[in-house]
Design a protein around this ligand. Structure first.
Ligand SMILES: O=C(O)[C@@H](CO)OP(=O)(O)O
Length: 247
């Protein structure tokens, strides 16, 4: 049996301000830093250790990994930064307030933008200053692969190659893997691993900064999963994420 740990980044400045974030590279808040440190303390206290870490190229996930590893005295571990683990691209909603959008367009429309499997939010124009295509961190990525918007289906399509080409082979080679990523890139991976239907994935929400353990069989099929620490607190934090898109 293999075990991996997934962790969504701690609270970011735009989580706090309730803004659609996507590929915008925002910082952790002090709360986010302490969530990441608590995650590291919990992992250490429960005897977890890792050989290889994966994260995105966005600093809220990278810094979460740093603070978590620092608490474990494991900042020396190898880290693979892969843009394919980035948050789902939120198109032209990036930067806008979720509750304001719900007031303007209704809770149902915002739920579709946030959680529908195959309806993407309105796209960014390639000329929009928010477009990431000229960002140097994506210089080696094919332009068409730097999205202008994404639905979860699109995110699954980019996360899965990272899983299949890189993460899964590492796990099978016996590496103990920690993945620090984002709400929707983690939802994309879980949808695939657990075979969750397009309609059921709508209600899955991932809380900030709480380690989520997946136990996998020899074919990397999930046996069970659970949050470390207080399960009720994790469920309450996930429910709070769900209601962020309400007016
Ligand atoms: O704004 C975002 O990028 C994500 C995660 O913070 O939000 P949501 O939970 O609405 O998909």
């Amino acid at each position: 049996m293999y075990k991996i740990v997934l962790i969504r980044h701690g609270e970011s400045t735009w989580n706090l301000e309730n803004r659609f974030t996507g590929w915008t590279d925002v910082d952790l808040t002090p709360t986010g830093v302490s969530q990441a440190m608590s995650a590291g303390k919990l992992l250490k206290a429960e005897g977890w250790d890792f050989d290889l870490c994966y994260t995105s190229v966005l600093k809220r996930a990278i810094h979460t990994l740093w603070y978590t590893l620092d608490e474990m005295d494991r900042t020396w571990l190898p880290v693979v930064k892969d843009y394919r683990l980035n948050e789902r691209h939120y198109g032209s909603l990036q930067g806008l307030n979720k509750a304001d959008m719900a007031k303007q367009f209704g809770d149902e429309q915002v739920l579709i933008w946030r959680r529908s499997y195959d309806t993407p939010p309105p796209a960014l124009e390639a000329t929009d200053p928010r477009c990431e295509r000229s960002d140097r961190r994506y210089a080696n990525v094919d332009t068409q692969s730097v999205p202008l918007t994404e639905c979860l289906k699109d995110t699954v399509a980019r996360v899965l190659p990272a899983w299949n080409d890189s993460i899964a082979p590492s796990i099978k080679a016996g590496k103990r893997v920690l993945i620090a990523a984002h709400g929707n890139s983690i939802r994309a991976l879980i949808k695939y691993l657990d075979g969750i239907s397009d309609s059921d994935i709508v209600s899955l929400n991932i809380p900030n900064g709480i380690p989520l353990v997946y136990e996998l069989d020899e074919n990397l099929k999930p046996i069970r999963h659970y949050y470390l620490g207080d399960a009720e607190a994790a469920a309450a934090a996930a429910a709070a994420v769900a209601s962020q898109g309400k007016a």
